[in-house]
Design a protein around this ligand. Structure first.
Ligand code: NAG
Length: 332
């Protein structure tokens, strides 16, 4: 006959053991349940077209280090291009990976390379036949990404290989982006390759207007030298209104130098001096400017530039004139 106390402790030991197993099983089931529901949720979002949310969930779920572009379907080529790993990229290309492989949002490896400002990778991709005009579903081109990143090298490689310097209306515009971020080199490259300096995007206005809003003096000067219209802003809001409103005296002076109309009225019928902050240096400057007659040399320059016309401004350098005069006409 067995000892009853011994039997009791054995029983409780068995009970304890099984409860440990039970809790492990419960934990496992719970984890499985969470995984399945997250998968279902991701699937549901993809099916319903909410790709961003789907990507966010799957990025969180798979816990990958994809802070930048949390798309679940990036190829190894996207990763190599985005991280600027040239050797890996070239190896992948030589192994026959297609260079125009797309993510859910139609981003190509070239988009990634330009986003990271990796010019050597961009070049390798283009050499292997990447499409320089590829556009994501949101209308972003590799050139736009290069302008966001401020990579002049990437922008030049794209433009040299036939990328169109300008996007369609309502699509993200490279020249606006480069101006907004003050990437002078990118603005210069875009203009050199024929981007229209007067491109007017309905919700943004012209690139010059963007430069005035963001107070990017060098970009504003570059656009004006290349013949951007000094009056064109965002509907009735002129670039001078934007600069005056932000009390940016340097840009205000620049605009007036290029003949901005001090009496232009915006849609509230207010002039630039009216929108300048009260008793600011800009307001004082505009009031004094109004009261004084224009300089004759300035008026002559404006008149000559407007009769030469935007498309022929670059020919100034060939005019048989003294250097000083030529440079004066070119605002140099
Ligand atoms: C890119 O688009 C522009 C304008 O549509 C076109 O002229 C150019 O040939 C295209 N480049 C390439 C490499 O397809």
């Amino acid at each position: 006959m067995s000892d009853p106390t011994q039997e009791l402790s054995n029983k409780s030991f068995v009970a304890r053991l099984s409860s440990v197993y039970l809790s492990i099983l419960a934990l496992f089931c719970f984890k499985l349940f969470v995984k399945i529901s997250l998968n279902l949720l991701t699937y549901f979002y993809i099916v319903r077209g909410n790709r961003k949310e789907a990507a966010r969930i799957s990025a969180e779920f798979y816990d990958h280090d994809r802070k930048h572009r949390p798309w679940a379907d990036r190829s190894p080529l996207h990763d190599a291009a985005g991280q600027g790993r040239l050797l890996a990229l070239k190896t992948l290309i030589s192994q026959g990976h297609g260079v125009n492989v797309l993510t859910i949002d139609s981003a190509t490896p070239l988009h990634e390379a330009c986003d990271g400002g990796h010019a050597a990778c961009a070049e390798a991709l283009i050499d292997a036949g990447a499409d320089v005009n590829a556009s994501t579903i949101d209308g972003f081109t590799p050139l736009f990404n290069a302008c966001t990143a401020g990579s002049v090298a990437c922008a030049k490689i794209l433009l040299e290989n036939g990328a169109k310097p300008q996007s369609l209306v309502y699509h993200p515009s490279p020249i606006h982006e480069a101006t907004r971020k003050g990437h002078y080199g990118c603005v210069e490259a875009l203009v050199t390759w024929g981007a229209d300096v007067d491109t007017d995007i309905p919700h943004l206005g012209t690139a010059l207007y963007t430069a005035c809003v963001c107070q990017e003096l060098p970009c504003a000067r570059k656009l004006l030298r290349e013949g951007a219209s000094v009056q064109k802003g965002k509907s009735l809001e002129s670039p001078l209104h934007a600069a005056a409103e932000r009390d940016c005296a340097a840009v205000v002076k620049l605009l007036l130098d290029f003949g901005a109309d001090i009496n232009a009225r915006n849609k509230e019928l207010r002039r630039p001096v009216d929108v300048a902050p009260a008793s600011s240096p800009t307001e004082a400057f505009l009031l004094i400017y109004e009261a004084r007659p224009r300089r004759l040399s300035q008026l002559c320059r404006q008149s000559i530039r407007s009769s030469v016309g935007r498309d022929r401004l670059h020919l100034f350098s060939r005019l048989p004139l003294p250097d000083r005069l030529r440079n004066y006409l070119r605002h140099k």
